[in-house]
Design a protein around this ligand. Structure first.
Ligand SMILES: COc1ccc([C@H]2[C@H](O)[C@H](O)[C@H](C)N2C)cc1
Length: 452
């Protein structure tokens, strides 16, 4: 083991109330909103297919030109309460919003830069409106903050000279001041989602990433920090040079999910996957025909997949420059929300159930419950759902969540093996079966192991 000054500060999952709430939330809404939403991936009549929040670099736009978009930020159709109501109906328990993305524009009236909402035609503290509206709906609010900052002249991608280190030190002080400002002025913030920390300049300043984590936790006790902020003494990120996870949860899953077999070890730490609806657009893009756009059921399966492996799922929305929400996103919020309204109990406060993954779908289990949840996406033509249970676990009764009176046949077919008989018919949405189980006595050894 290496002696580290800036490595992981503790091992194992946090079990305090704030982290338990973060974990039980399971489903969150990511919001990417900034100046990039105004052009929406199109510049001088040309559509750029790369991520819309990167248009400044895709279209080689000067900082002066890009920054003048600030004078156009006046979202006439913005209504924080409507956003929050839609999110509530979608069934999210938390929301993470870009307070400042790589462009450096701040959605709050920061005293550390003029490149902020107070100098737009909108003027008002739009971040406060959003935080208040979501909190009023009972939704926790987290702040995304990009350390990478294209606007601030003190930002450096690497430290190659004395001048670089002096400038970058100024930048780190600026960023720490902004973070302290956010943690102080928005006291209900529950977590910080750091991004833009992959460059050499940050990796060479692991000490700062720990200082920021400590500062935020002293200003806002209980606050939760993602692993993406952190670099250790040797520039190792997310996990320190001893392989220990830094921050409070792993945030490396971006537009991908851990494999239910190969990555089963993620069940031993907290983690979150963030996901775009198109293939790779976080900020609003005018033309979604340029890539695959995930369907509501595709995204719902990802949410269940994440829960089944003990992780959170953060689904991204990119509001338009005028503050309205595009119809595809409204439709996804409605469809997922309708399912969550009936079946949310297999997601909220649920975790990895400890059973082997099966083809038909995913297991989840509520903390401390003797009830096993089965969420079925792939109905076998036989109607027979195979379940392998850990030694000592016994399956008793089963029924569809929505029809508790109608039993589903549970047939023990071999040692620690069951088949559940699902009525064969057309299913057009993910089905939920709840199974009463007993973790008690050893299975009666009534089956003969093959002599091999
Ligand atoms: C270089 O590849 C990148 C860099 C940054 C990202 C940013 C996106 O803009 C979005 O904010 C995502 C969460 N983040 C990783 C994505 C891909």
């Amino acid at each position: 083991r290496l002696e580290l000054k800036y490595g992981a500060q503790y091992t194992g999952k946090r079990t305090d109330a704030a982290m338990n709430k973060w974990r039980s939330n399971r489903f969150g809404q990511f919001i990417h909103w900034g100046l990039y939403a105004i052009p929406g991936g199109v510049w001088n009549g040309k559509t750029y297919n790369y991520a819309a929040e990167f248009l400044k670099s895709s279209a080689h736009i000067s900082t002066a030109t890009w920054d003048s978009l600030m004078y156009k930020f006046n979202p006439k159709k913005f209504n924080a309460k409507e956003w929050a109501k839609m999110a509530k109906k979608m069934g999210v328990k938390y929301m993470t919003i870009t307070t400042k993305h790589h462009e450096g524009f701040c959605l709050w009236p920061s005293r550390y830069t003029d490149f902020n909402i107070s100098n737009t035609p909108y003027k008002k503290d739009i971040l406060k409106e959003i935080v208040d509206a979501y909190n009023a709906e009972g939704i926790d609010v987290n702040f995304y903050y990009s350390v990478l900052d294209w606007h601030n002249p003190d930002w450096r991608y690497d430290i190659k000279s004395k001048e670089d280190s002096i400038a970058f030190r100024r930048y780190l002080d600026f960023a720490e001041n902004q973070l302290k400002e956010l943690a102080t002025n928005y006291p209900t913030v529950k977590a910080f989602w750091f991004d833009g920390t992959w460059d050499a300049s940050v990796k060479k300043n692991g000490w700062w990433t720990l200082e920021v984590e400590k500062m935020l936790k002293s200003v806002r006790p209980g606050v939760i920090i993602n692993s993406r902020l952190r670099a250790d003494d040797y520039g190792s990120r997310h996990k320190d040079s001893n392989g220990e996870l830094m921050g409070d949860y792993e945030s490396g899953y971006e537009r991908r999910l851990p494999d239910p077999v190969k990555d089963i070890k993620v069940t031993s730490w907290d983690w979150e996957a963030c996901m775009t609806i198109p293939e790779n657009q976080w900020g609003y893009h005018q033309d979604w025909s340029i890539s695959h756009v995930k369907s509501p059921l595709e995204l719902l399966e990802m949410l269940v997949h994440a829960t089944s492996m003990g992780g959170n799922f953060l689904l991204n929305f990119g509001p338009k420059g005028d503050g309205s929400i595009r119809s595809e996103e409204q439709n996804i919020a409605k469809t997922i929300g309708d399912w969550m309204a009936v079946n949310g109990q297999v997601i909220y406060n649920c975790d990895y159930a400890g059973l082997k993954k099966q083809d038909w779908g995913y297991f989840t289990r509520e903390k401390g419950s003797n009830q096993l949840n089965m969420v079925i996406f792939n109905v076998p033509v036989s109607g027979l759902l195979h379940v392998d249970v850990p030694k000592g676990m016994i399956l008793k009764k089963a029924h569809f969540l929505t029809t508790p009176g109608q039993q589903i046949k549970v047939e023990e077919i071999a040692k620690n093996q069951y088949l559940l008989h699902m009525p064969i018919k057309l299913y057009t949405s993910p089905q939920v079966i709840v199974v009463e189980c007993d973790n008690g006595k050893e299975n009666a050894n009534k089956y003969q192991d093959a002599k091999t």
